[in-house]
Design a protein around this ligand. Sequence first.
Ligand code: CDP
Ligand code: MG
Length: 833
Amino acid sequence: LPFGLQKEVNSHLRAHLAKKAVNKESLRNTYPASNVGQGQLIYEGLEEQEVSSTKSVIAERVLQRRSLQMHNKQQDWQESSEGQKMLEFRKSLPSHDARETLLRTISQNQVVVVSGETGCGKTTQLPQYVLESEIEASRGAACSIICTQPRRISAIAVAERVAAERGEEIGESVGYKVRLEGMRGRDTRLLFCTTGILLRRLLVDRNLKGVTHVFIDEIHERGMNEDFLLIVLKDLLPRRPELKLILMSATLNAELFASYFGGAPAIHVPGFTHPVRNYFLENILETTGYRLTPYNQIDNYGQDKLWKMQKQGLRKRKTQIASAVEEALMAADFREYSPRVRESLSCWNPDSIGFNLIENVLCHICRKERPGAVLVFMTGWDDINSLKQQLEAHPLLGDPSKVLLLACHGSMSSAEQKLIFNKPEDGVRKIVLATNMAETSITINDVVFVVDCGKAKETSYDALNNTPCLLPSWISKASARQRKGRAGRVQPGECYHLYPRCVHDAFADYQLPELLRTPLQSLCLQIKSLQLGSISEFLAKALQPPEPLSVQNAVEYLKMIGALDEKENLTVLGRHLSMLPVEPKLGKMLIYGAIFNCLDPIMTIVAGLSVRDPFLMPFDKKDLAESAKAQFSACGFSDHLALVRAFDGWKHAEREQSGYEYCWRNFLSMQTLRAIDSLKKQFSYLLKDIGLVENFESCNICSHDEHLVRSVICAGLFPGICSVVNKERSISLKTMEDGSALLHSNSVNAQEAKIPFPWLIFNEKIKVNSVFLRDSTGVSDSVVLLFGGSVSSSGLDGHMKMLGGYMEFFMKPELATMYLSIKKELGELVQKK
Ligand code: CDP
Ligand code: MG
């Protein structure tokens, strides 16, 4: 029975049974006292049978009545003048011509793949066609259609749009459900939800009981959740032969999906677009006369990279960033670098270069006679916000009588979001700063100019959508084409790519599926919590399966940190980690922070590691900036603790209204600190939501204890560990896998002549020329033994083995034995908590 009708049927049923209650008494009377038990059995037997048959009769009647109501309501709306207008609009969409073909194909096949240009009406129309045809066939009340969206904002926006097209309030026949929020009612038959919500539903309802149609939208994005969902649904289809699955994609790689489902039919909806003129960086520089910032303002990683290239004689011109980017890309395949390096390559000094260039291009466009909105593709909301601030201060772009400046990103409210669809007054140019969400999920009709920064990332951390943090990196050719296409919706358009053509030529054709480019640890946890069997067998069934080695690495890692036991079963820790939408190591840190009552500083550290380093290191003032940072570390030998102290200092300064001055004095990025602050808030909602924290006060009674915080950092980041040997003039570091390592020059520990700790715990190491540790915290032997690795008793053996090597070299064996027994007790304590 569909959601919402259960209650109604049950109340009818109760009324019916109440009438029967008299009979129950008489039945009892017909049996002698000694036989009461038997009598009752007979009676209950009767009742059960009767209840179920009565119930199905009642359900049938309720369904019919409802379906009829839905049918009449639809008729009324379509005959009203507003309804007529809406219908006219809907008929003008390219998907309308394909309506009958689509419906027929869906009714004849279990799986159908539909592709079509963005804006042709896939998301808003297709599920609606199905709903309408079910209503017309008097099955309206019996159907249950689910349409997934990769992002929460588009789930809400689309649901609102479809409800409006049907002349309804949201929550009538159309609803939405995203994490922590939803609008649906008794009559909701078309539900838009995030992919994560459907996955979570599968956790409790493995057969998707009652669901008749599942639409998976934006499948071309190849997000991890969508790929994951495909595996689960592929397994489910044979068990639910009447369930229909429709995959919707913007680009033309439909065959890939069709063949995954054994040659499912693929339908293409032709769209309409006007020609769009392309400008690359070299053309832009020529036409706008803009000069790029000299390269000595490039950030540190860019510097490392450039120095290296200079040494190799690869760089000749030193003054143009364009050539630097170009050569960096040409010199090496940038995809090989760790995300952090890629981030710096793609975000050269984002505060000045990118922004000024964008500002320049926008002025160039605004001076044109030609009307039309501008869509600027940025990487995330922090970028968008700071660009917006900069533009607002500009004499032309900040003038509200000439320019309407709007932002569009995932964490925006739906009221804010509606503004971007409005038409500005005559003579006012609309400029929308958007993330790659505007590539396909959202269509702004009047766009004529597109500015493409060439990079994309998801919001730095989006707890609500359950998306792990992604760093900015270059987009694919397919994305660049998609972005360009947004300019040609209503008339011929122009697209400004802020990178040289050669960089574009080096882009991958399609973005690598998320499954193949992100660590699999979180996914493996999810597979286990959904009880989908063996991790490697499950992942081998993916559309493009990840390397067995990376699966194995992930499983080994999860065992080592104690999230899985030797038999690959979820431990208590693992179960909690699977509920936290952060990397397992950061999740473990949060859980330990909560257990050991030092949650606030740990949340600061986890948020800092998820967002980015708030310590600014301007090239020309590096010494000053370094000493400002060193001040925060003072005898702490920890970048993580320096972050906590800097953050707490800023919060204090904010209360005294001197936050800005504080940041300025200490070389801190206020914008990053704010992002960290808001992420911490999300963490606290989340920890409360999953029941890990009840009372924040009691979770913070030990927050001032830096030794404890150090231990919790170790609990989370282990096995990111290296040994420290202080030599006369230098410090030698050794990690487990790579041997020797160096401290990155931004680390507070790089300034120290001697580190009075035998170990450094780090979050990330990067291979540039040698292995660099970005951030580190000194810890003692006992902390490593007690907090490093798993503390669950089952993981203890593996842990001993791992530390065995270290103990021989660095520890006295008898001490080790003692530590391990304490550790066991500690482990039991954690399990109990
Ligand atoms: O999913 P697809 O990109 O194919 O298109 P859609 O999201 O279904 O949108 C179809 C059309 O509906 C767009 O071209 C817009 O004109 C219109 N639309 C709208 O006016 N307002 C919205 N909130 C969503 C769509
Ligand atoms: Mg769509």
